[in-house]
Design a binder for this molecule. Structure first.
Ligand SMILES: [Ca+2]
Ligand SMILES: [Ca+2]
Length: 378
């Protein structure tokens, strides 16, 4: 019971720290209790130095909202009560930008990763968990990392390096009702690049892997709010499919826009205007973030502007390049002014799309999975 109290204290600390300088982008470990369970089916989470082709883990998606990942955690259980955790020689932590990259990551689960590291056991804190529905003795490992990274969606995979011989096996837990901090659909995927288990390199699990991911919230500028659009207007070009709801979630469900034939080469090809509501005009920094692709016409240049609510003119923040595959981009404005928010809290973001080269009209499409903007304190 004493151990459990320590764990709760530590995790509450993470969340409270979120309002200062750290933030939790993913928490599928809390609440620790009966909804933290053994993963049904494929649950392997281990790098085997002695049976390399069996090295496996489960990956799950996370929307990283900052530029520095500082900590991850994983909840797991063990194949026998006396499994010597001291036999773990390291913890592999990797972030990939796709499932396809992760399933080809080699026997040390590192290849093709956007970021990867092997953390020494001396840096990792392990505490035993009680009150879960894990089949075996359950533990929480908290692992410090230091990844500089672009905000966006990644697939997180963690595994201890531990021999099977004279030790045993470790299994990743999952959460059937995680805290909604960053929770995405229950779509976790087992990976076994060496195919030792004979199930392929990718095995559907469709749970919430018991992971936590913490970022540095941005130093001296405190995060205030993420604003998602509550309306949109396409004034140049046309809508092909999708709707406002498509724009709001980061889920591959996209608002798809296409170009009209317009014989004016000086106008942008597509103009998308978005409106949203800010809880305050008192912010000093804004980040407009997109996740988009243009499969056949890319790269496309997206010019992002914010409306000055007093002059009614748009102020350009910068441009984002949209490629043929989904990628995240952002532009930033640091300005201590209230001019971008109306008296009623309204904000307007304009995105104007142009091609870098001639593109056949039939191919000229852009898929916006999401557009949102984050505000930070002065
Ligand atoms: Ca997920
Ligand atoms: Ca979407």
């Amino acid at each position: 019971m004493r151990v459990l109290r320590i764990v709760w204290g530590a995790l509450t600390g993470f969340v409270l720290a979120g309002s200062a300088s750290a933030a939790i982008d993913m928490n599928q470990i809390d609440p620790i209790g009966r909804s933290l369970v053994s993963t049904p089916g494929f649950n392997y989470c281990q790098i085997f130095p002695d049976f390399e082709a069996f090295s496996s883990t489960i990956i799950d998606d996370v929307d990283v909202t900052g530029t520095r990942v500082t900590k991850v955690a994983v909840a797991f259980d063990v194949s026998r009560p006396d499994l010597p955790l001291s036999a773990i020689t390291g913890w592999r932590v990797s972030l990939w930008d796709s499932v396809a990259a992760a399933e080809l990551s080699g026997n040390d689960l590192s290849q093709g990763a956007v970021r990867t590291t092997l953390v020494f056991p001396s840096q990792v804190q392990i505490v035993e968990l009680t009150g879960t529905l894990a089949n075996g003795r359950a533990y929480l490992a908290t692992i410090p990392v230091d990844f500089s990274i672009l905000p966006g969606r990644y697939w997180l995979g963690i595994a201890p390096v531990l021999p099977f011989t004279n030790a045993g096996q470790t299994y990743l837990l999952e959460h059937v009702d995680p805290e909604k901090v960053g929770a995405l659909p229950a779509n976790s995927v087992g990976i076994n690049p060496g195919q030792g288990f004979g199930l392929g390199t990718k095995i559907a699990v469709n749970g919430n892997a018991a992971y936590l991911l913490e970022i540095d919230g941005g130093g001296n500028n405190g995060f205030i709010a993420t604003i998602v659009p509550d309306d949109y207007l396409v004034s140049l070009g046309r809508r092909v499919s999708g709707d406002l709801q498509s724009l709001r979630g980061i889920d591959d469900d996209a608002l798809v826009l296409a170009k009209f034939f317009v014989p004016n080469t000086f106008a942008p090809d597509i103009r998308l205007d978005l409106s949203g509501r800010s809880p305050t005009a008192a912010f000093g920094r804004i980040l407009v973030k997109t996740r988009a692709k243009s499969p056949l016409a890319g790269p496309i240049q997206a010019r992002v502007s914010l409306k000055d609510q007093f002059s009614r003119l748009y102020v350009e923040l910068g441009t984002i390049e949209i490629g043929t595959d989904y990628s995240s981009g952002q532009v930033e404005r640091v300005e201590r002014t209230g001019r971008f928010v109306s008296d009623q809290g309204g904000m307007n973001v304009r995105i104007e799309l142009s091609s870098f080269r001639p593109v056949a009209l039939a191919l000229w499409q852009v898929h916006f999975d999401s557009v949102r903007w984050d505000t930070y304190e002065f």
